[in-house]
Every structure is written in C-alpha cells, then in structure tokens.
Design a protein around this ligand. Structure first.
Ligand SMILES: [Zn+2]
Length: 81
C-alpha cells in the first residue's frame, strides 16, 4: 500500500478509523489507550483525535496521531507547511 504522506492527511469517520487501525495492526493499542499524540503524549481517543498522520516504514504503514489541543495542531501545521 503506497501512501503519500501529504495527501492522506485527513479526518476520517470512526468506521474508517477502525479499518485503518486494523490494517496497521494498531487497533488493539488504540482500544487499550496506548496510542498517543505525537506532540504532547496524551492518549488518543475518538473524542480527542483530530489528525491522522500515516508514516511508511519499510513498506509498512503505521499511523501517528495528533490530538485536538490547539498547541499540537499549531505544531502540526508548522511541520506540514
Ligand atoms: Zn497533543
């Protein structure tokens, strides 16, 4: 699965999120509250998830997450402009 880092950044629906997380084998981590915002380290939930940032490592895609904290969103924007 080829993922373009820039164009795949988008908000997605919960059902799509579940599928994505299962595909990247991060679903259990998500359910266990082990996925964290890459900026502040807050555990990511459906309620505070704002941006999904796909990362390709050795052809495996894993997902990074940004929470809905305005400080984190500002950092994300700085990095992706
Ligand atoms: Zn954050």
């Amino acid at each position: 699965m080829a993922v373009n880092k820039q164009s795949n950044i988008k908000a997605i629906l919960d059902t799509d999120l579940e599928k994505l997380l299962k595909k990247t084998k991060q679903y259990n981590s998500f359910v266990d509250g082990e996925l964290k915002c890459i900026y502040c380290g807050t555990p990511i939930t459906i309620d505070n998830l704002s941006i999904i940032i796909p990362e390709v490592r050795c052809k495996n895609v894993s997902l990074n997450f940004c929470c809905n904290n305005s400080v984190c969103l500002a950092k994300f924007r700085e990095e992706h402009e």
